[in-house]
Design a protein around this ligand. Structure first.
Ligand code: GLN
Length: 494
């Protein structure tokens, strides 16, 4: 049996039954990456030597008949804004191109303790600002479903690596949709957990009141497996929640009879491609057939979520990115005479255009004279967006809507018009503003064969309920079983 494209539970079964070794699983994935990487370009850095050591450790456990941790021998990748000592953590930015993190992110440590094999650090939009991965200072990552299309972003490298079979699962970060939207574009599952459920210690900050780490996988069960490992309190992150955690994988059942599902009206009409809304309507029928009570729900403030997000996210980013000045770490310009010009030229040469745009927008929104009109007002409207959710969740257990208004678009289609790119986030930013969990799963394909993502949202800390609803849909449909043509071509060369 081929080792590429398998689920976590299948690989575990093979490993435990001694049908394969961790080394064999790893080698199969390295060979696969070698075949595909020049087309997909998912990775900034490959960490094959690290994965080899990790595989050896798992094979030693097997030889000693020791019990295997939950992700033993599972090839994974992590987004390049997550600290991994010994390798660069670049955020796909020139300003951090030479930065080696001195410590590991908590998620990295937890994945390694769980036995995962880390194959590399994935490409992303610079500092996670973008929706296509085109803002990377290093390379373009291609969508495995159609190499002329973007993989989404900002976690485009992670989503493309999972979709193409390079790794079984990957980590992304989601400030306004950066896990869910690339998952939707690449036809895989991506989850942004409740704010604070997963420690952000060692994640390079973009907008601290919105940032959340989460998993990308090829099935809801794999995503639940990853979440089980990375979730949980961490004293090193002051926003980390200290709540009892359910056993996400054990409780997935596929039974959702009586679940109340609301279809968000405002995210089904104007601005959403017809193919996408039709697909989401069909998905709501699937839920109805599974015994859920489905009805429309209005969220009148949802239309304000996008401008609110772009004020709050840029304001927080302008503060968070003030630390990159060429003094302590990262790139330092040589074109400077004094300390002030060191700051200026380092930042001028080190940051790309989108990052500069956001720093300027955010600084403006925070500046005296404009603070009340923009930042304070945005905070007030953020509360209204959250209250919209509170109301909706009184009548519904789970809400659904498209993940993205469109399927994956062409390279360059939205780079000239930043506002067009920002509009891609219309359906994903509300969850970040409200701190609630959201997941994207495949609910169909458009006429060109590109995947369409369905987004499910649940109240804060109802991550398990969210996974259960997504799992039920996945069990009832076949969409997640389809593979991108490029991987099929490799498996059966003609
Ligand atoms: N596309 C959004 C933005 O550009 C979201 C980014 C993210 O979630 N990191 O800000």
């Amino acid at each position: 049996m081929g080792l590429i494209g398998q689920t976590i539970s299948k690989l575990r079964e093979l490993l435990v039954g001694k049908k394969v070794s961790a080394r064999e699983i790893l080698d199969a994935h390295i060979t696969h990456i070698e075949k595909l990487e020049s087309n997909i370009c998912a990775f900034n850095t490959l960490t094959v030597d690290l994965a080899s050591k990790q595989a050896q450790a798992i094979d030693n456990l097997i030889a000693n008949k020791a019990s295997l941790p939950p992700l033993a021998g599972i090839p994974i990748a992590i987004k390049d804004n997550i600290c991994l000592p010994g390798y660069p953590t670049t955020c796909s930015s020139k300003i951090l191109s030479n930065f080696f993190a001195p410590y590991a992110a908590t998620v990295t440590t937890r994945l390694f303790e769980a036995g995962a094999l880390c194959l590399g650090k994935t490409n992303m939009d610079e500092f996670a600002m973008g929706a296509s991965t085109e803002n990377s200072a290093f390379k373009l990552t291609r969508n495995p479903w159609d190499l002329s299309k973007v993989p989404g972003g900002s976690s485009g490298g992670s989503a493309a690596a999972v979709a193409s079979g390079d790794v079984v699962a990957a980590l992304g970060s989601d400030t306004g949709g950066s896990i869910r939207q690339p998952a939707s574009f690449c036809g895989v599952v991506g989850m942004k957990p409740t704010y604070g459920l997963v420690s952000r210690f060692g994640l390079v900050a973009f907008a601290s009141s919105l940032d959340q780490l989460g998993p990308i996988g090829r099935s809801v069960e794999d995503v639940a497996c990853m979440l089980e490992v990375i979730a949980g309190h961490d004293a090193k992150d002051s926003t980390s929640l200290n709540e009892p955690l359910p056993q996400f994988t054990r409780e997935l059942s596929g039974v959702i009879k009586g679940l109340r599902i609301g279809v968000i009206q405002e995210l089904m009409g104007q601005g959403i491609d017809a193919d996408v809304s039709t697909c989401v309507r069909t998905a709501s029928e699937v839920f109805r057939e599974l015994g859920a009570n489905v009805a429309e729900v209005s969220m009148p403030y949802s239309k304000h979520a996008l401008p609110v997000y772009y004020i709050i996210a840029t304001a927080e980013a302008s503060a968070n990115l003030a630390r990159y000045d060429g003094v302590k770490y990262g790139y330092r310009s040589v074109n400077c005479e004094d300390v002030l010009s060191l700051y200026y030229t380092t930042r001028k040469e080190g940051f790309g255009p989108e990052v500069k745009r956001r720093i300027m927008l955010g600084t403006y929104a925070l500046s005296s004279g404009y603070y009340d009109a923009y930042y304070r007002k945005a905070q007030q409207v953020r509360r209204l967006v959250k209250e919209d959710f509170d109301r909706a969740f009184q009548a519904f257990d789970v809400l659904i809507c498209p993940t993205s208004p469109s399927v994956a678009f062409e390279f360059g289609a939205k780079t000239a018009e930043p506002l067009q790119m920002y509009l891609s986030d219309i359906a994903t930013v509300p969850a970040n503003l409200a701190g609630i969990p959201g997941i994207s799963i495949v609910c169909g394909f458009d006429s060109c064969g590109l995947p369409i993502g369905l987004q499910l949202l649940a109240p804060a800390l109802q991550d398990l309920l969210l996974l259960k609803a997504a799992y039920a849909f996945e069990q009832a449909t076949e969409f997640h079983k389809q593979k991108p043509p490029i991987t099929a071509a490799i498996e059966c060369p003609s």
